[in-house]
Design a binder for this molecule. Structure first.
Ligand code: ZN
Ligand code: ZN
Length: 360
C-alpha cells in the first residue's frame, strides 16, 4: 500500500470511534494529505471503506494524475455531488470538519441532506494524524529547512547599505524560489530597529539603518512542506542592553530545546523558555507561545503554549521561537525547526545563532 493509502486507512480507522459512517474532508491541506491532490478546490468524502475526491473541471487531468482514489468532476457545487454519493452509499451519520467548513456550506449541506443523514461536527481528526510526520515527510521538512538556511545566508551576504525592509524581504522570496522552493510558506517578516518590537511586523519601505536590531522571520514551502526560521541581527555596534536582551532570548531558546523530549507536555517546553526570560526580568516582554508544529501548513498541531497538554511524540516537527519585545527599543526572536526523536530532539536548522553584527 502506498503511504497516502495508509494515511486514508488510518483516518478511516478513526471514524467508528467518532460514531460516523463518513467524514467530509474540506480543509485543503487535509485533502492533500489524504489524496496527494494539490489543487485549490476540492473535497474528499472518506468512508470506512471508500474515498472519493470531488473537484471542478479545471483540475480534471491533474486530479486523476495525482490521486489514487476515485475522482468525480463536479460541474456545479461540490456539495451537490457529495450529497448524491451520501445517498447512494446510504451513509447515516456524516462528520464535517466543523472548524473548517463555512457556516454557509454547513447550512447548504444540512438542507441538501434533509433526512438522509445526520451531520456531526468533528474536530482535528486528520490534523491529529498529521502531527506525527512519516519518514518521507521528515525528509521533506528537512529539505525545506536546508533551502531556507541557504537562501538566508546567500541574501545576507548581499546585504548592503540602502536596502529597505521590503527589498530585503523581496530578495529572500526571490532566492527561495531561485533555489527551487514552491514559494514563501508565509510572508517574510523583516523588521529593523524599534519596528522589531512588533512580533508580526510587516516589512516597510524604510531603509535599514544603523543602531538597532534587524529581525528576519522566513519560511520556504518545498514540495508542499514548510520551514520556519527567525534570526535577529544587529546593525551597527550593539550596546550592553542589546547584548543582554539577545543573550537572554538565546538562553531561553536553548532551554526550550533542551526540554523537548517524547512524553513531555508541550506546556513544559513553553515553561522552560518563559522561566529564563522571567529570571532575566523580561517575562512581560514575551507575549506569544514558544512554538508550533509545522508541515503541510506553517501552523499545525501541536502548539507549544502555556496551556497545551499535548504530549510530545517522536516524529513531531515543531518550531522553538521564544522572543522578547521591548516597545521603543526593539525585539529579539530566535527560531529553529526541531524534530522530536526517540530520546530528545534534533535541531534541523543549520544557521548559527551567535549575534551577527552588520554594518551599513
Ligand atoms: Zn517564524
Ligand atoms: Zn514560527
Amino acid at each position: 500500500m502506498s503511504e497516502i493509502n495508509n494515511r486514508r486507512a488510518a483516518a478511516a480507522g478513526k471514524l467508528s470511534s467518532e460514531r460516523i459512517d463518513a467524514l467530509l474532508v474540506s480543509h485543503l491541506p487535509n485533502v492533500r494529505y489524504l489524496t496527494g491532490f494539490t489543487g485549490s478546490h476540492a473535497m474528499l468524502l472518506l468512508g470506512r471503506n471508500s474515498a472519493t475526491l470531488y473537484t471542478d473541471p479545471r483540475y480534471d487531468l491533474q486530479a486523476s494524475a495525482q490521486c489514487d482514489c476515485p475522482v468525480r468532476i463536479a460541474k456545479g457545487p461540490l456539495l451537490t455531488e457529495v450529497v448524491k454519493e451520501i445517498r447512494r452509499r446510504r451513509f447515516r451519520r456524516v462528520g464535517i470538519e466543523s472548524e473548517r467548513l463555512s457556516y454557509q456550506q454547513g447550512i447548504e449541506f444540512r438542507s441538501a441532506l434533509r433526512r438522509q443523514a445526520e451531520i456531526k461536527p468533528v474536530a482535528a481528526l486528520v490534523e491529529s494524524l498529521r502531527a506525527i510526520k512519516s519518514a518521507s515527510e521528515r525528509k521533506a521538512i528537512r529539505a525545506a529547512v536546508e533551502l531556507n538556511s541557504k537562501a538566508f545566508e546567500t541574501v545576507m551576504r548581499r546585504f548592503r547599505p540602502g536596502m529597505t525592509e521590503r527589498s530585503l524581504a523581496a530578495e529572500i522570496a526571490f532566492e527561495m524560489r531561485n533555489l527551487g522552493a514552491d514559494g514563501e510558506a508565509f510572508p517574510t517578516i523583516v523588521a529593523s530597529r524599534a519596528h522589531s518590537a512588533l512580533p508580526h511586523a510587516e516589512p516597510r519601505g524604510v531603509r535599514i539603518q544603523s543602531g538597532g536590531f534587524l529581525l528576519v522571520d522566513m519560511g520556504a514551502a518545498l514540495n508542499g512542506y514548510a520551514s520556519d526560521m527567525t534570526r535577529t541581527m544587529y546593525v551597527g555596534h550593539p550596546g550592553q542592553r542589546a547584548k543582554d536582551l539577545y543573550a537572554a532570548v538565546l538562553e531561553a531558546q536553548l532551554a526550550a530545546i533542551d526540554a523537548v523530549k517524547p512524553g513531555v507536555p508541550a506546556a513544559s517546553v513553553d515553561a522552560a523558555a518563559r522561566a529564563v526570560l522571567q529570571r532575566r526580568g523580561l517575562g512581560g516582554y514575551f507575549r506569544h507561545s514558544t512554538g508550533h508544529g509545522l508541515g503541510l501548513e506553517i501552523h499545525e498541531m501541536p502548539r507549544l503554549g502555556a496551556n497545551c497538554d499535548t504530549l510530545l511524540e517522536p516524529g513531531m516537527a515543531v518550531t522553538i521561537e521564544p522572543g522578547a519585545y521591548v516597545p521603543g527599543f526593539g525585539g529579539v526572536r530566535i527560531e529553529d525547526t526541531v524534530l522530536v526523536t526517540g530520546r530528545g530532539c534534533e535541531i534541523l536548522t543549520p544557521t548559527p545563532k551567535e549575534l551577527v553584527v552588520l554594518t551599513v
